[in-house]
Design a protein around this ligand. Sequence first.
Ligand code: GAR
Length: 201
Amino acid sequence: MKQHLRIAVFASHGGSNLQALIDGCASGQIDAEIVLVMSNNSKSFALERARNHHIDTLVMTDSAFPTADAYAEELATQLARRKVNLICLAGYMKMIPKRIIEKYRNRIINIHPALLPNHGGKGMFGIHVHEAVIAAGDKETGVTIHLVNEVYDEGRILAQKRVQVLGGDTPQTLQERVLELEHQLYPETVGKIASGEISLE
Ligand code: GAR
């Protein structure tokens, strides 16, 4: 069923995927609104990108809360206050509290820079993923967008895009090419979720 999406993007670093989602909303490719950008890292450039587009920002670090429950409760309050109904992880490097996963079941998606189920799981993020692809001698890699559940990188796959690994590739050159694909696939997929073409149920 088509539902107007109110998106929260969680990001920890540069936020180039956040930018792709912002641009997708601005161009009309995604019929939705980004209502919040949350980061665990006050220096994340994602926060600046959000401010440039007048999107509400929030910095939340679990270590600033007395308990994990208190952190989860505050996060739930912040999301409910803005009537968020889709959470997009875009290079977010922290575990999502179980309580948030339960409350937003099938409403949290993640982008991963490899072809899951290959090269996923704990410790598999950013450049480490591309190092693992090259070390394994894979001939192709790519991007996966998937639902988030309690297990790292294991939720249902919603979309994938493939790219060849070339002979002279380093983790860095591979990362650049995969990132270009990410910037296409993330807005495309969120656009399809917004239009109802991809169902999360
Ligand atoms: C992206 O390549 C994203 O796929 C990856 O972090 C990068 C963030 O870049 N995420 C993971 O590795 C999750 N396991 P960005 O901050 O420029 O969007």
